[in-house]
Design a protein around this ligand. Structure first.
Ligand code: DQA
Length: 145
């Protein structure tokens, strides 16, 4: 079963948007790096991005029975979306939350995460490397299934 790697709003602009905060790598670069590492780990990665809350929720529903685990960077929905939390609570496997920036060093409205109420682990402030660290952890949590 694949690991779903889901990305929320504005992450399609990665590399162009506030590079001083999020770096110069694009989301396509991150997807390629995740694909390479997944191969090494014996995992399959399904990497997606949407600016729409409902689309992300549909993908989380699809993950039920379809995905071994979910790595999610919910973008700003992290701080607002009870609906994404509810969807993740309907998923059985491990959930890991990734933030490229260190949200705790930023505005106080970024300090609270609804998704953290569900996530087994959270990575913040490791840049795009956070996705790779989360994938490694996912390999451990799913036994490479
Ligand atoms: C983010 C942090 C969020 O606060 C922000 O809204 C984002 C990206 C991160 O990866 O650092 O869009 O999730």
């Amino acid at each position: 079963k694949p690991v779903y790697i889901l990305n929320g709003p504005n992450l399609n602009l990665l590399g162009q948007r506030q590079p001083e905060v999020y770096g110069r790598e694009t989301l396509a670069d991150v997807e390629a790096a995740c694909g390479r590492l997944a191969g090494e780990l014996g995992l399959e990665a399904r990497f997606r991005q949407s600016n729409h809350e409902g689309v992300l929720i549909d993908w989380i529903h699809e993950a039920r029975g379809e995905a071994s685990g979910i790595v999610i960077n919910p973008g700003a929905f992290t701080h607002t979306s009870v609906a994404i939390l509810d969807a993740l609570n309907a998923f059985d496997g491990p959930v890991l939350e990734v933030h490229i920036s260190n949200v705790h060093k930023r505005e106080s409205f970024r300090h609270h995460s609804y998704v953290s109420l569900r996530a087994e682990g959270v990575i913040a402030g490791f840049g795009t490397e956070g996705y790779l660290l989360a994938l490694r952890r996912m390999a451990t949590l799913t036994g490479g299934k």
